[in-house]
Every structure is written in C-alpha cells, then in structure tokens.
Design a protein. Sequence first.
Length: 159
Amino acid sequence: MLEAVIGVLIASLLVWLARSLGRLMRGLLLPLGLPRLRGAVLLERLRGLRLRRMRAVMRAEAARATALAREVARLRAELRLARAERDEARARLALAGRRGWPAARRQPRPDDDRFQRAKREFARAFHPDRLSRGAPDRALRAAIFRDYWEALRRIERGG
C-alpha cells in the first residue's frame, strides 16, 4: 500500500514538473514575439524559417558562382590571347635567328613601336578568343581578324 502511494506521488510529481516546464517555456517564448503554439506547430514554423534562410543563401551562392564562372571564362580568353602572342613572339625570334639577325642587336625602327601598338589593339578588338561565344557579330569579327592578321604579318616581315 505504501508503495502504491509513493508511486502515485512520483507520477503526480512528474506531471506537475512537465506542466511547470511547459509554462516556463511558453513564458520564455512569448517575449520573443512567438505566439502560443503547440509544440508540433512551433517546430514546423521554425523549420520553415530555416528553410527560407537556406534558400536565400543558395540564391546568393548561385549568383556568386555565376559571376565566378564568367570571370573564369574571361580569364581563359585572355590566357589564350597571351599564349597566341607568346607563340607569335617565339616564331618571330626564331625567324630573326634564321635570317642571321640576333634579336638583341636588332634595332627597332621608330615606327615599329606604333605598328606593334596598332597590331595589339587590333588583336584586342577582333581576336576570336577575346569575343564571347554568344556575341552576335563573333563570326564576322573572326573573319576580319583572319583576313587582316595575315596582311599585318606580311607588313611586319617587310613584304
């Protein structure tokens, strides 16, 4: 009999403790602006807030990834152009070496600098590697570049 009374007292103590804890939690959540909600509804709302925040983070990261992809594409185009200029310079040095002109002794003509600057600007404006793939006039600019680049090389060689 005593054991039954102790069991009932412990059970009622646990019920009282659970109710007190619930009231305490409601008292803490109400000042935060959260309405009185049942536990499951409150959890669903908190999940919704977390989901909205994660979606916003994902949108921001997607925009950042797109910007980085554009930057990588631009840098790749510049790298291709730099490699083309490097290869052209190597070919000119090899050609000068075959003709018996040591590259270090060759004196540039005064108009050489202006010609080289004009050639560089032409390459920047019309080289196919510097044009975006979606440019509407890409094919036209590539054709202009091919036609005139050979003429510029002939002029540079002195012919």
